[in-house]
Design a protein around this ligand. Structure first.
Ligand code: CDP
Length: 225
């Protein structure tokens, strides 16, 4: 495929909400000296901007128009700072309101086409770890390494709950669990590039595993790759 360079290592990490993809992907990238791209942050930036500008989330045309003109920049430093039209939105894109809005706007083909184009451009820069929902199936179908990270729904909810507590965000465990279940349902059922493991992905259930254990498993898969 034209958008890929054969000599580049591409690691695709997909999976449902709260499976630990971004934490794990960032550490793996750091340890192996690869670029890291959090594609969820891109969808979240569009949801944030739509909410902040009073655009109705149901208005597919308006949200797609926004996706076409928005300037999203993700820095490749440790913090993965996200700038949206010049504004630092790193923390705001993790708010509950954005999490509740994102799956709907991510189901719009026009939004996805625009972001996939940007994601493939990033992949041309060099060896990369990319995490999301459709990286192994759609964005980088020829990626050399594909991992599908998952964990039980209660463990995923608990992890997200603890992250929120750490950031001083007050949402109950029950609300979080229900939010991520709804989001997974929309992400798996959408028509365009739904959440599902690629046929050639390694499925890694991280229930009960520490971050270090998951990182070690993935690095082993990459080295043996
Ligand atoms: O970190 P978390 O698992 O909560 O989600 P995320 O990776 O930040 O992604 C947020 C949302 O963006 C997902 O629930 C999807 O609706 C959408 N997304 C997508 O559709 N495709 C991607 N490649 C990445 C994210």
């Amino acid at each position: 495929m034209e958008h890929l360079r054969e000599n580049h290592l591409q690691v695709a990490i997909d999976g449902p909400a709260g499976a630990g993809k971004s934490t794990i992907a960032r550490i793996v990238a750091d340890k192996l000296g690869l670029y890291y791209l959090d594609t969820g942050a891109m969808y979240r930036s569009i949801a944030y901007k739509a909410l902040a500008s009073g655009i109705s989330l149901q208005d597919e045309k308006a949200v797609t128009g926004l996706a076409r003109i928005i300037d999203i920049r993700l820095s490749h430093n440790d913090r993965q700072t996200v700038f949206c039209d010049g504004e630092d939105v790193t923390s705001k894109i993790r708010d509950v309101e954005v999490s509740r809005a994102v799956s709907l706007i991510a189901s719009y083909p026009g939004v996805r086409n625009r972001l996939v184009e940007l994601q493939r451009q990033e992949a041309l820069k060099g060896n990369i770890v990319m995490d999301g929902r459709d990286i192994g199936t759609y964005v980088l179908p020829d990626a050399g390494i594909k991992i599908f990270l998952t964990a039980s729904a209660s463990e995923r909810a608990r992890r997200r709950y603890l992250e929120n507590i750490k950031e001083g965000k007050k949402v109950s465990l029950e609300e979080i669990r229900s939010d991520i279940e709804k989001r997974d349902a929309v992400d798996s059922q959408r028509k365009f590039a739904p959440l599902k493991p690629a046929k050639d992905a390694v499925i890694l259930d991280t229930t009960g595993l520490t971050i270090d254990e998951v990182v070690a498993k993935i690095i082993r898969i990459i080295r043996e790759g």
